[in-house]
Design a protein around this ligand. Structure first.
Ligand code: FE2
Ligand code: FE2
Length: 130
């Protein structure tokens, strides 16, 4: 079983963003598996970078789409995105410099953040796309 499984309850009701969230889950699993399997920095580094880069792409896509709706919480939503992006970039720096990391706590941090953000914050935009 994958470390992070998609569940239909994570759906935000916008097909495009469900797809992007599934891809984030997939990239999180790839990064987690690479760490868990004890792969070298040459493998773990790029999987981490891919996750961080795609996270930035996804956030930009959401923010752009939301700006075209009457969604009222965009500023706060962006703040959450920016905070997480900074944390993810810190993580990337650690991983790329080969600093020892605690795999389970990184995995759980990423997974919990994504679940909480999707279910708590992203779901508040559902009705602005219907
Ligand atoms: Fe999202
Ligand atoms: Fe979001």
């Amino acid at each position: 079983m994958a470390f992070f499984q998609w569940d239909d309850k994570y759906s935000v009701g916008v097909a495009r963003f469900d797809q992007e969230h599934k891809k984030l889950i997939d990239l999180t699993n790839r990064f987690y598996d690479a760490m868990k399997e004890g792969k070298g920095r040459d493998v773990i580094g790029p999987t981490c970078r891919e996750l961080v880069n795609y996270t930035k792409t996804h956030f930009a896509n959401e923010e752009l789409a939301l700006a075209k709706t009457s969604y009222p919480n965009l500023a706060e939503h962006k703040r959450e995105h920016n905070l997480f992006t900074n944390q993810a970039l810190d993580l990337q720096k650690k991983v790329e410099s080969g600093e020892p990391v605690v795999i389970s706590s990184i995995g759980n941090f990423l997974k919990n953040w994504l679940i909480n953000h999707i279910q708590g914050t992203d779901k508040t935009y559902s009705k602005y796309f219907s």
